[in-house]
Write a protein that binds this ligand. Structure first.
Ligand code: FRU
Length: 327
């Protein structure tokens, strides 16, 4: 590749952009990209539609891009277009959700089987006696839902006293999770625990249980453990949910991987980010760490603004000098 780094166009195809987790991912991506001010960044949001996402990727390919970062809405429907991109020689960094194929340059994200397995292990260690669990899954065609479901099932397997008595498709959203739970509200009296594939669906479960006055008795666990207002860490601290598995967005790491690829550096094909169970025992520590990181991030941003101002002043002075010399 003979292009200079400053001419690169990086495209990011997001499957759905309006929730806190994905806003955090985009923020991370933009922050990391701000270290490469000359890169052209194209962003599309498929709003949860796989067919829309395929069209958006095709459009970006037609525009001409140097690298694609993609979080595929559903695995199967996005496989062909990702394969096509990769086979054209355009590097593809798959983030968070996967396709069904190995035709991509790098994957960045946590291991969702492991996330589900850790949750299952946690249920085994934190509960006693006969436990009836409702599992609220993400959209069944998306890879994290498939992998978390399998991992959770394997995690609870050693404890035959834990039974999954119901599985609901919460489609990753609070509204759907609530609607599905209301449909089975008469069964909820015999339920001891809920495992939701993300924290927004866990929040939906908490709301429904509160309305049915079942709140205190049912253990709720989610996934994501986001910092900030409305995030999972806050819900754990407020005792709205009992626990969550940290699921890093990988935004920063995806951009770092992208630049390594563009600079022809060696990369690992599969880059697994660490997950961790958060509950009342470590939520305070996690929140403190996030506060520190975000205050450092603000310092960096302030310094970038100052640097930019200095650069402008320098440019203006150079122009004046040139003008003086020429005239
Ligand atoms: C956000 C989200 C997260 C979940 C991830 C799985 O859109 O639903 O809550 O962990 O997607 O891909």
């Amino acid at each position: 590749n003979t292009k200079q780094p400053h001419t690169y166009t990086i495209a990011f195809s997001q499957c759905v952009g309006n929730d806190l987790w994905r806003k955090t991912m985009l923020d991370e991506i933009k922050t990391e990209l701000s270290l490469h001010p000359d890169v052209k960044f194209i962003y599309t949001d498929a709003r949860g539609s796989s067919s829309q996402q395929v069209l958006q990727v095709r459009k970006m390919l037609a525009q001409g891009i140097d690298l694609l970062i993609i979080s595929p809405n559903e695995a199967q429907p996005l496989t062909t277009v990702v394969e096509e991109t990769f086979n054209k020689g355009i590097p593809v960094v798959v983030i968070d959700r996967k396709t069904t194929s190995d035709s991509y340059t790098a994957y960045v994200g946590a291991d969702n089987y492991q996330v589900g397995k850790m949750a299952g292990d946690y249920f085994v260690s934190k509960t006693k006696g006969n436990i009836n669990v409702i599992e609220i899954t993400g959209s069944p065609g998306s890879s994290p839902a498939i992998d978390r479901e399998k991992g959770f099932s394997d995690g609870i397997k050693p404890a035959s006293r834990i039974h999954i008595t119901g599985k609901l498709n919460g489609a990753w959203t609070q509204e759907t999770a609530e609607a599905e739970l209301f449909k089975i509200k008469d069964q909820l009296g015999s339920v001891n625990a809920i495992f939701a594939h993300n924290d927004v669906m866990a929040a939906g479960a908490r709301r429904v249980l509160k309305e049915l006055k079942l709140t205190d008795s049912i253990f709720i666990m989610g996934v994501d453990a986001l910092p900030g207002a409305g995030g999972g860490l806050e819900m754990i601290a407020n005792k709205a949910i009992n626990a969550s598995a940290l699921y890093p967005t990988g935004g920063k790491e995806a951009v770092q991987t992208a630049f390594r690829i563009l600079n022809n550096e060696n990369i690992e094909k599969v880059n697994i980010l660490q997950s961790l169970i958060i509950d009342s025992t470590n939520v305070e520590l996690m929140t403190m760490q996030w506060d520190r990181i975000s205050s450092q991030q603000k310092d960096i941003e302030r310094q970038q603004v100052l640097l930019e101002e200095q650069r402008k002043i320098y440019k203006d002075q150079a122009t004046i000098l040139n003008t003086v010399i020429i005239t």
